[in-house]
Design a protein around this ligand. Structure first.
Ligand code: PHE
Ligand code: ZN
Length: 848
């Protein structure tokens, strides 16, 4: 098939490369890369295929003998050495190539960011550096020499020598090329150290550009916390004497787990109270942990091929989520993670881009770094943990590390360790990895003579290319409450394996109220006839914090759906919110999470799921109206909370104060719909931290106000691009829909706006795509503008252009007028000559 890679075509690489030695002579326009590969043939008669793209071949030799063009085949994908010219035993292959890092705007391979050199090799960036078998199952020992006048020269592993203008590094752990990294620049370190529990002393460094040193302490602390947690929770220690993290300003993703040399988007390292929000702090800690945890789940045990990406990503997300829950947020973490899963992954699973956590085909692997691979992949690991229990899970993981250390593995290997340690058959469970789609559980119930029966059926709607969906193995955690609010059956995990099943609970004195899918025990959609009164009861009484939140969320969503259809608001909801505002026992962060209304996209998705055609303008109006109603009805109580929970004293990003700030801002969001923005303006004026400053500004912008504050913010922060991204994001996402396209057009054409920096265009395009009513404008202006942007971005940075195109994944939800505009925009992109493979694949799937 045309440019498609298939899982079923996997074949082991016919050569072993025990070691590779690289020399980099750095130069912005003409860097030379010399590579020496020590090769052992593993299969007689095999050609040697090396990937290489955009490389100028300078020389090539085999065992010291120069090869000439007739000896090899060179095309735009790489170099092939025909079997006939290869020795039967071990040989040494040497190449020299030239590359131009300064011209590399795609930010894959070796590139430059603000005068420093850095690399990004996952998934297939190494082929932009030198000719090599660029696939994760080829693992080698890397020795690296860097020649440059820049003061700091870094690579993976341990430093083994340095002098004026050069440094050498050796990584003792064999690794695939995607984990290679090199950094060279004028950098400053914030340093610390960590002693592992077996006594190894590890030097820790956070490297940043001069001037940013004072914003690294939090990241350094987060690294040490991560190292401690992985020893305690998984028994995993760090395995080198040095751990380096480098912050770079131009980076396509969040961060990268290169062995011993993690490279981070600077927005996920740098933090100070004045410039970073509580949410930024939380994310920085989570991403530092995530990349650190990859050292075992990803690096020591890697993926056989890129179809297995969720083997490392799903597991590592599950690990970082557990870490944040343990060290920081408790039950609130699950609420945040599920809200994000639904907003991103359920949306993906319900649209044209739906795919299994382990896909079986792709055109461009960069397009599979998705919410499904990451977040759903983490849910699947979580389900294994709940099916096996904490000890069973730990036993399986111990076996995984024991059995597979140093290997490149598959999902089959992963499932096998769970089968072998538990003695269970997980072949049905495996469907979670190999099939797309979000199962829907329909629940009915009966109560008679003290016996309560739950009848559960499951169906999964078809997804592109997958019509037949057999039943899944689903852990369904349930508890039962008595009508007076006591828990009569504590959390129990029911296992669904059939299309329809019933479960009986006996000896109950009265008809119970069920609390289903506690802790969101499986990534499914629950469909059960319920009353607002029952949801309000659960919001008040459930012992499971997730389900308390969920009850409030369901009430809010149902009210908003009814209002968007022109019906009135539910009194149960308004009253329940009143009780919550007044509930001083409840954790402030939890109350904040409950007070935040579902977003417009979530309401649109819910309406579409029940067969309605969502109207973005009506949804927006309903949401604003409900906020106003809450403010009118509970104004006095809200004002009391707002006035009483101000956080004083020096700033701390800890969960306690952060939760209080979140509650105060959630309350302020409601009050702002009524007070003309007076309180938000006052908060903006007095704020001493970014959480409150941008929080207040967001609310003003959403009211169509805040011009003065926007100007003041820009004047103060114009030299700090990361902070200005928040300013851009606020305007893109929150400007009222009638002005949004015009506003973002102005921001995108401003002279200081840099179309080569991913953080810049993510803030602008990402903000606008999140402006539901603005993006989905009925005249199609939002779609047209967005298409223009993607076409502008694609030649510079295809990977990010393709990611940003997911803004179009929901167009089928809307009316035929909007659909026609969206189709026109997608067709215009598809018809543009010279489109990247990344964006071409995406628009094909989006339109298909
Ligand atoms: N592997 C990185 C992570 O999940 C993400 C990444 C993928 C970064 C591809 C860059 C390029 O931590
Ligand atoms: Zn990862």
């Amino acid at each position: 098939m045309d440019g498609v890679t298939l899982l079923s075509d996997y074949k082991p690489y016919p050569f072993e490369i025990a070691s590779v030695s690289l020399t980099f002579r750095l130069d912005p326009a003409a860097t030379r890369v010399l590579a020496t590969l020590d090769v052992t043939p593993r299969q007689p008669g095999a050609d040697m295929v090396l990937q290489g793209e955009d490389l100028t071949l300078i020389s090539l030799s085999l065992d010291g003998r120069a090869l000439v063009p007739g000896d090899y085949l060179l095309d735009e994908t790489g170099l092939t050495l025909p079997a006939a010219g290869l020795p039967a035993g071990p040989f040494r292959l040497q190449t020299e190539v030239e590359i131009a890092p300064a011209a590399n705007t795609a930010l894959e391979g070796l590139y430059m960011s603000n005068g420093m050199y850095c690399t990004q090799c996952e998934a297939e960036g190494f082929r932009h550096i030198t000719f090599y078998p660029d696939r994760p199952d080829v693992m080698s020992r890397f020795h690296v020499r860097i020649e440059s006048d820049l003061p700091v020269l870094l690579s993976n592993g341990n430093p083994v020598g340095q002098g004026p203008g050069w440094a050498e590094w050796d990584d003792p752990w064999p690794k695939p090329a995607y984990l290679f990294a090199l950094v060279a620049g004028d950098l400053r370190a914030t340093s610390g150290s960590f002693t592992t529990r077996s006594g190894r002393k590890v030097d820790l460094n956070i490297w940043v550009r001069p001037g940013d040193e004072d914003r690294c302490d939090f990241a350094l602390g987060a690294l040490a916390r991560s190292m401690t947690w992985d020893e305690e929770a998984y028994g995993r220690e760090y395995d080198l004497d040095l751990f380096n993290i480098v912050a770079v300003d131009d980076f396509n993703m969040g961060a990268m787990e290169n062995k011993g040399l993690n490279i981070f988007n600077s927005k996920l390292v740098l933090a100070s109270p004045e410039t970073a929000t509580d949410t930024d702090y939380e994310r920085i800690e989570a991403v530092i942990a995530h990349e650190y945890f990859h050292n075992w789940t990803g690096n020591r045990i890697t993926c056989r091929d890129w179809f297995q990406l969720c083997l490392k990503e799903g597991l590592t997300v599950y690990r970082d989520q557990s870490f944040t829950r343990d060290v920081r947020l408790g039950g609130l973490k699950r609420i945040e993670d599920v809200a994000a899963l639904r907003a991103r992954q359920f949306r993906e699973d319900a649209g044209p881009l739906a795919h299994p956590p382990r896909p079986d085909r792709y055109k461009e692997i960069n397009n599979f770094y998705t919410a499904t691979v990451y977040e759903k992949g983490a849910e699947v690991v979580g389900m294994l943990a709940s099916l096996l229990g904490p000890e069973g899970y730990r036993a399986a993981l111990d076996l995984y590390f024991d059995r597979h250390d140093g290997q490149a593995c598959t999902i089959e290997d992963w499932i096998k360790v769970f089968e072998d340690t538990s003695g269970r058959d997980l072949s049905q469970f495996k469907l979670w990895y190999t099939q797309a789609g979000t199962p829907k559980l329909t629940v009915t119930e009966a109560y008679e003579n003290g016996t309560y029966t739950l009848e559960v059926s499951q169906t999964t709607p078809p997804t592109p290319g997958e019509e037949v969906k057999p039943p899944r193995h689903i852990p369904l955690a349930v508890g039962l409450l008595s009508p007076n609010g006591d828990e009569v059956v504590p959390t129990t995990v029911l296992e669904l394996t059939e299309a329809r099943q019933s479960f009986r609970f006996e000896g109950l004195a009265a008809r119970p109220v069920p609390s289903l899918l506690r802790g969101f025990s499986a990534p499914v959609i629950l469909d059960r006839a319920t009353t607002p009164a029952e949801q309000a009861f659960l919001l008040a009484h459930d012992t499971d914090p997730f389900n308390r939140w969920e009850a409030g969320r369901t009430l809010a969503r149902q009210t908003l759906m009814a209002m968007a259809r022109g019906e009135g608001a539910q009194l149960d909801y308004l009253d329940a919110v009143g009780r919550l505002i007044a509930d001083e026992e409840a954790d402030p962060g939890f109350r904040a999470a409950c007070l935040r209304l579902p977003g417009e996209d979530e309401i649109a998705a819910a309406l579409f799921a029940r067969g309605d055609t969502p109207d973005p303008d009506a949804i927006r109006a309903a949401r604003r109206k409900l906020m106003k109603m809450l403010a009118t009805r509970h104004g006095a109580a809200l004002t009391r909370v707002y006035d009483s929970c101000a956080v004083t004293g020096p700033y701390s990003p800890d969960a306690g104060p952060a939760g209080r700030r979140a509650l105060r801002l959630a309350v302020l969001a409601l009050l702002t719909t009524e007070d003309g923005g007076a309180r938000a303006a006052a908060l903006f004026a007095e704020a001493t931290n970014m959480t409150e400053s941008i929080g207040a500004l967001n609310l003003l912008v959403a009211e169509g106000k805040g011009q003065g504050q926007l100007a003041a913010f820009a004047a103060r922060w114009s030299k700090d691009p990361l902070v200005m991204d928040k300013w851009r994001m606020a305007q893109g996402a929150l400007t009222p829909p009638e002005d949004a396209a015009e506003t973002v057009t102005r921001l995108g054409t401003a002279p200081e706006f840099d179309w080569k920096n991913p953080n810049r265009f993510r803030s602008l395009l990402g903000g606008f795509a999140a402006n539901h009513a603005g993006f989905h404008r009925v005249d199609g202006a939002g779609y047209a503008l967005y298409a223009d942007w993607l076409l502008r971005l694609d030649p510079l940075n295809p990977q990010t252009a393709a990611r940003m195109s997911t803004a179009f994944e929901t167009w089928r939800r809307y009316d035929t007028t909007r659909q026609a505009h969206a189709k026109t925009a997608l067709a215009r992109i598809a018809a543009t000559p010279g489109l990247s493979r990344d964006l071409a694949e995406m628009v094909g799937r989006l339109a298909g």
